[in-house]
Design a binder for this molecule. Structure first.
Ligand code: ZN
Length: 121
């Protein structure tokens, strides 16, 4: 799972790598976040559209978040057992906002130096 976490951070322009540490911003709260790529401790790999709703492991559907932010999202929105504080329409709007934010943070292929960037010929 760490590999996917690293790939996600590497495609997010808010993240920079220093040694084995990645420093960037949480997709949900936009607060500072850092994690060690050897353990993944300090970060959570977030499925923006949950797998229960048909979300995939595609990098565009993944974001790096604080573990607490992910838990909060799950409690408030995803869980069938949790108290529903929001309507389905509001939930969908949240997912759209997060997908949009992920898109805005996406590294331009031309500037990315990691292995996922297509090379220009
Ligand atoms: Zn957060």
């Amino acid at each position: 799972m760490n590999r996917l976490l690293i790939s996600t951070a590497a495609s997010d322009r808010t993240f920079t790598r220093t040694g084995t540490r990645w420093i960037g911003k949480c997709l949900i709260c936009n607060g500072n976040l850092n994690f060690d790529e050897r353990t993944g401790v300090g970060a959570n790999l977030e499925h923006i559209v949950p797998r229960s709703r048909g979300g995939t492991n595609d990098l565009a559907n993944l974001g790096v978040t604080h573990p607490s932010c992910n838990a909060e999202k799950g409690r408030n929105w995803d869980s069938q057992r949790g108290r529903r504080k929001h309507t389905q329409e509001e939930y969908q709007a949240l997912l759209d906002r997060l997908l949009q934010r992920r898109h805005e943070r996406w590294l331009d292929a031309g500037t990315a130096s990691h292995s996922h960037a297509p090379t220009k010929s």
